[in-house]
Design a binder for this molecule. Structure first.
Ligand code: NAD
Ligand code: UD1
Length: 358
């Protein structure tokens, strides 16, 4: 089902009022009582992480409504059976209408590129922070709990590793500053308006359906694409910088568990593995998975680059009851299988998280 900026939604949005009974529709999320079927609003549900989350929700029998402007996401990634509203999360009326009747919201829509924030500070701010406030405001009016994507980018460069949630926040980018702003407005949503939230600080997420050809792609999708096509890879700097690469199914597990952990105290949790991987080791492992020797060109480091990013997963594992994260090599094999299958969208695989040929 597809709606494109329908006037009727704007008219209905004017009638956006507080619901009379507190959390009438979403109460099962807090009591923990099983409910036969819930309806979730997923902003950014046609994107990389969002499409995996939607597939998991539909797969367990829930209903999904997606709000996405298809700027980096694709309709080919809409999970079969979901409702799609093509619209801007920065438009409060659209968001309020999309929130109608839902039991919970997972807010993932964002311009997820640190580099774009450098070039278009105000434009990315409008989506990444004002859009998030629009979601929190609509959730307040509709009495809906919100789980939202924060980022490891809020930490900036840290001396003490691994980084626990209590570490000082020193974002070094507009993107990171806006994500920190989301966390602070989530606290306002809880304290002032009684809206339950949970923020999840994703570290470097990877998996199938992360577009390798976008100029803002993550390093894993770029390396897997290049090596599986027989090409070389570029490493920015000496390759000894490290990242905490977390597979997308582990992120989905955190989001699903997080739907029961939202509270008016506005908790925030890391989503990471606690395992540091250097970019050089990554290149060698990807090459091995592709059955090749690693051909690497070394260039200048990226400006403003964080040297080491490593999360402490203990708190989120305890709060969300998460198991051992997927191993790097196993995850890389799934990405390469997806690329070799011709990068199918979610629709082409019938809504299954598994790529064709995997
Ligand atoms: P993505 O670009 O694949 O997904 C973002 C989705 O939001 C896309 O479908 C896009 O079309 C949509 N969108 C963008 N602007 C919009 C707007 N104005 N209105 C409506 N929809 C809009 O990125 P992703 O990697 O799936 O990221 C999902 C979330 O996770 C983002 O909030 C991102 O900041 C966060 N995050 C991602 C990573 C990572 O490593 N991928 C790490 C930390 C945080
Ligand atoms: C990533 C996310 C960002 C998120 C952050 C959280 C992407 C595109 N960005 O930023 O949204 O908030 O993690 O931790 O997923 N590199 C190369 N060669 C390449 C590409 C990259 O050497 O061709 C290096 C980079 O210099 C960097 C590392 O690989 O050292 C990771 O880069 P990248 O995947 O772009 O992610 P981050 O910048 O860490």
């Amino acid at each position: 089902m597809l709606s494109r900026w329908p006037d009727s939604w704007h008219r209905r949005a004017h009638a956006c009022r507080r619901l009379p009974t507190p959390y009438a529709r979403g109460k099962d999320l807090f009591s923990g009582n099983p409910k036969l079927m819930s309806l979730f609003l997923i902003t950014g549900g046609c994107g990389f992480i969002g499409s995996h989350l939607c597939a998991a929700l539909v797969g367990r029998g829930d209903k999904v409504r997606v709000l996405d402007d298809l700027s980096t996401g694709s309709e080919a990634n809409l999970v079969p059976g979901a409702e799609l509203i093509v619209g801007d999360v920065g438009n409060p009326a659209t968001v309020c209408a999309a929130m109608e009747g839902v039991d919970g919201c997972v807010h993932l829509a964002a311009i997820a590129s640190v580099e774009r924030g450098v070039r278009d500070w105000l434009g990315t701010h409008r989506v990444n922070l004002s859009g998030s406030i629009a979601v929190l405001d609509a959730a307040r009016l509709r009495r809906v709990p919100v789980v939202y994507a924060s980022s490891a980018a809020i930490y900036g460069d840290q001396v003490n590793l691994p980084i626990a949630e209590s570490a000082p926040k020193r974002p070094l980018s507009a993107y990171g500053a806006d994500k920190l702003g989301c966390e602070q407005h989530a606290l306002v949503a809880g304290v002032v308006h009684g809206t339950p939230t949970l923020g999840l600080r994703f570290f470097n997420v990877f998996g199938p359906r992360q577009d390798p050809r976008s100029p803002y792609s993550g390093v894993i999708s770029i390396f897997c694409d290049r090596f599986s096509q027989g090409g070389d890879v570029d490493i920015f700097g000496d390759g000894e910088q490290t990242r905490d690469f977390v597979f997308v199914s582990d992120v989905v597990a955190a989001l699903l568990a997080g739907l029961k952990a939202a509270s008016t105290e506005a908790p925030v949790l890391n989503v990471c593995t606690g395992r540091p991987i250097s970019v050089r080791h990554l290149a060698e492992t990807v090459a091995a998975v592709c059955g090749r020797s690693a051909t690497i060109q070394y260039g200048s480091p990226r400006a403003g680059e964080i040297r080491h990013s490593l999360g402490d997963p203990h708190r989120s594992r305890a709060v969300l009851g998460l198991g051992e994260p997927r191993g790097l090599r196993e995850g890389l094999e799934e990405v390469v299988a997806w690329l070799r299958a011709g990068r199918p969208g979610l629709r082409a695989t019938g809504g299954s998280a598994q790529p064709i040929g995997a």
